[in-house]
Design a protein around this ligand. Structure first.
Ligand code: IMP
Length: 433
């Protein structure tokens, strides 16, 4: 067997949670391989909305095993909150959730550093979710991190204290009284107390060597889906650096974030919105700082599911989509939120970028550094509701033209079109998994 992969192709918030939940009945295992509580995967079904940050989106299916892989970073406070919300829905995550011993912990002092360092950047700030992501991955790479498997060691609290002391020292370079910085509306001491209590909840879960578990599952014929967080354009290597997150969000991240060999990667599902959004700072060539942008924000409810921040909105960017197809090896395109465009008389699609007199359809280093002007192709809007449509053939012709053009340009089939947040509002074209 191979591991199928689902990744975001834009700047995150593409609707990955809905799709993982939709695909989960076809899989035995859903595994997260990178990111942490900066993610917010929203699922809607039976009239309820649920947001997951750390826990894989297969958790609502009791027969599916959910794995938090070694590439993920965990804040016990956020984890506990997620578990409590699941329990309120009569779910028993202790029965189908496994956690890698190699996953790193986000400490309260990582949140503190995130806040202090971001503030010190002034106008050049990244727009981080301030969940401690950058500092926790920094400690991982600089070999100072503390992992889930360390929790049961006698020296755990000593190591915690040592790391905290070191972080506060660094933070003091940037501000006089770092411990006065509020962490998500709480004082440092309050957050630390909650964090230590939340460790007890984390400890109730099964810590595993997830690389052995996943590879064993593959050998025994189990079907695995790796669930990406954030999106390709936030990848630390290939995104719009430095306005990126601190992990590899692309398919390659599955190999290091779960311990899977490249030859074991199977289908790669690329999720993208019928338009584009971005939350936080950084380049966004097709951004619409106008009424159409506001329309997309209002109709698409484009507010961050982790931070509540309004998202920047713009037209779909084909060169960026092609870049994401190339980097991830996308085999199936999944188009989300087509319904948000329902009322627009005209829909535009960026087909290339103009720098000076030159046209290009590549998202090169320079394209991400300097001001580029998108060139657009215009499409007629369909101006009708997509409610109740369950087959591709029933879609309005104008939408089929839009879909067909993207497919032809990208050379990859759009295998699924989502027409609303609910599980039921999903049009599938042929076999997916
Ligand atoms: P960080 O990963 O929280 O440090 O944030 C770095 C950048 O990535 C910021 O621009 C965030 O807004 C963005 N970001 C991080 N996680 C997500 C996500 O799950 N969806 C959308 N944007 C994200």
């Amino acid at each position: 067997m191979k591991v199928d992969v689902l990744v975001g192709m834009q700047w995150g918030d593409e609707g990955k949670g809905k799709i993982v939940d939709f695909l989960t009945p076809h899989y035995d295992v859903i595994a997260r391989f990178q990111g942490g509580p900066n993610a917010g995967h929203t699922l809607e079904f039976d009239g309820c909305k649920h947001v997951l940050h750390t826990i894989p989106s297969g958790i609502f299916h009791p027969a599916t095993t959910n794995v938090i892989g070694n590439g993920v970073i965990i804040d016990p406070v956020v984890f506990r909150r997620e578990i409590e919300a699941l329990k309120k829905r009569d779910l028993h995550p202790e029965e189908n959730l496994l956690i890698s011993k190699r996953a790193h912990l986000i400490l309260p002092s990582h949140l503190l550093l995130d806040a202090v360092l971001e503030r010190s950047k002034g106008d050049a700030k990244i727009g981080s979710t301030l969940k401690g992501i950058g500092p926790a991955y920094t400690d991982k790479i600089s070999r100072n991190g503390i992992r889930v498997g360390d929790i049961s060691n006698a020296s755990f609290m000593n190591r915690y204290d040592e790391n905290k002391r070191h972080h506060i020292q660094i933070a003091s370079i940037y501000c006089d009284h770092p411990l006065n910085t509020l962490l998500h509306e709480k004082s440092f001491d309050e957050y630390e107390k909650q964090w230590i209590e939340a460790l007890e909840v984390l400890k109730m879960y099964r810590f595993i060597d997830s690389e052995y578990y996943i590879n064993q599952c593959l050998k025994s014929g189990k079907r695995i889906l790796a669930e990406g967080a954030q999106g390709t354009l936030l990848d630390v290597d290939f995104g719009s650096y430095p306005y990126v997150t601190s992990s590899n969000t692309i398919t390659a991240g599955v190999c290091s974030g779960l311990g899977v060999a490249p030859k074991s990667i199977g289908k790669v599902f690329g999720v993208f919105k019928a338009y584009c959004t971005r939350v936080g700072s950084g380049p966004f060539p097709t951004e619409l700082p106008d009424k159409t942008g506001e329309y997309l924000r209002d109709h698409g409810h484009e507010y961050g599911s982790t931070t509540g921040r309004p998202r920047r909105c713009g037209w779909l960017d084909l060169p960026a989509l092609k870049y994401a197809i190339m980097l991830n090896g996308i085999s199936h395109l999944l188009m989300m939120k087509a319904d948000v465009l329902n009322e627009l008389p005209e829909i535009k699609l960026c087909t290339s970028y103009k720098t000076g007199d030159e046209l290009s359809d590549q998202l090169t280093f320079e394209a991400l550094e300097q001001k580029i002007t998108p060139t657009y192709k215009s499409f007629k809007g369909w101006r009708t509701s997509l409610d109740g449509l369950i087959q591709y053939d029933q879609l309005p012709n104008a939408l089929k033209t839009y879909v067909g053009y993207i497919e032809e340009e990208c050379g990859v089939r759009i295998a699924l079109i989502s027409t609303g947040p609910d599980r039921n509002k999903t049009i599938v074209r042929g076999l997916l998994p």
